[in-house]
Design a protein around this ligand. Structure first.
Ligand code: URA
Length: 268
């Protein structure tokens, strides 16, 4: 009985979200099957700035693995699992955003999931809780996911930038370029079957695209990782943007349907 009620509430929440998004509005079907294999660009040659091992609050990196003389790229590639990567990022002092942020915001959701969602950077609430998308835009993201039967048990969520930019400003190109190799390694370790880039910053970081998100959203592309793994990726609108421009929710709904179809197509 209780589970019937839960299903009913879920159904009503989904319907509410779909109506809010303007499901009934006609959106011209587009051919979303462009294939664009993008090469992952890792920053080469930058040296590490790491805290001493004693300052790590997780014990995963062994002392001999923290080598100040090897490049970021090599060190990132030495991270074989999420624990390695997280502890490496906790120790990394090369990004000034760390100084103003409360804590590292690494990820949320299920790392075994086939769907990986990439946002821009933590906001105030994320910075406080240490969890991506747990503020107002996270609540909308959860509703968007629920409308296609996804939740944090079957998606994995991270951001391009793991520290909150002061005043919630957009991360700079330099900050994005600096943190991109960490993100690409994060993707390589999780090996999702589908990537969803949420908003302009995440889409530009991963896809190296020019121009606004409205030009690129809803189009399936592919990225090739340095280990030759190829992953389909779609860009969609950021929930923070949808909160400011609710009339654009119908476009987000088109993207969500496309993600649902892709999941069904691959039987994930
Ligand atoms: N916006 C993002 O892009 N990521 C978050 O984690 C929160 C808000």
């Amino acid at each position: 009985m209780e589970s019937d009620n839960n299903n009913l509430y879920q159904l009503i929440a989904n319907l509410e979200w779909q109506i809010n998004m303007g499901v009934e509005a006609m959106v011209e079907e587009k051919n979303n099957n462009h294939s664009n294999i993008e090469k992952n660009k890792l920053n080469k040659g930058d040296n590490l700035k790491l805290e001493t091992p004693q300052k790590l609050d997780t014990p995963y990196l062994k002392e001999e693995e923290i080598n100040q003389d090897i490049s970021i790229e090599e060190s990132i590639n030495n991270c074989l699992n999420l624990e390695d990567l997280k502890s490496f990022m906790l120790a990394f002092n090369g990004c000034d955003l760390k100084k103003t942020a409360t804590q590292l915001v690494f990820s949320d959701g299920n790392p075994k999931s086939n769907v990986m969602i990439i946002g821009e950077a933590p906001g105030a609430e994320e910075d406080r809780q240490g969890k991506p998308f747990c503020g107002a835009s996270g609540q909308l993201l959860d509703k968007m996911l629920a409308s296609i039967n996804l939740d944090r048990n079957n998606v994995y969520i991270t951001n391009v930038i793991p520290w909150r930019p002061p005043g919630n400003r957009t991360p700079t190109e330099n900050e994005i370029n600096l943190m991109k190799p960490f993100l690409m390694r994060h993707i390589e370790i999780v090996k999702p079957k589908i990537l969803v880039a949420v908003g302009g910053s995440a889409s530009k970081a991963i896809l190296d695209i020019e121009g606004g998100i409205l030009r690129h959203r809803g189009i399936w592309k592919e990225i090739r990782l340095s280990n030759s793994f190829v992953i389909p990726i779609i860009a969609t609108l950021h929930p923070a943007y949808l909160l400011r421009a609710p009339n654009q929710k119908k476009l987000a709904w088109e993207d969500l349907k496309s993600i649902r179809s892709k999941i069904q197509e691959f039987n994930y």
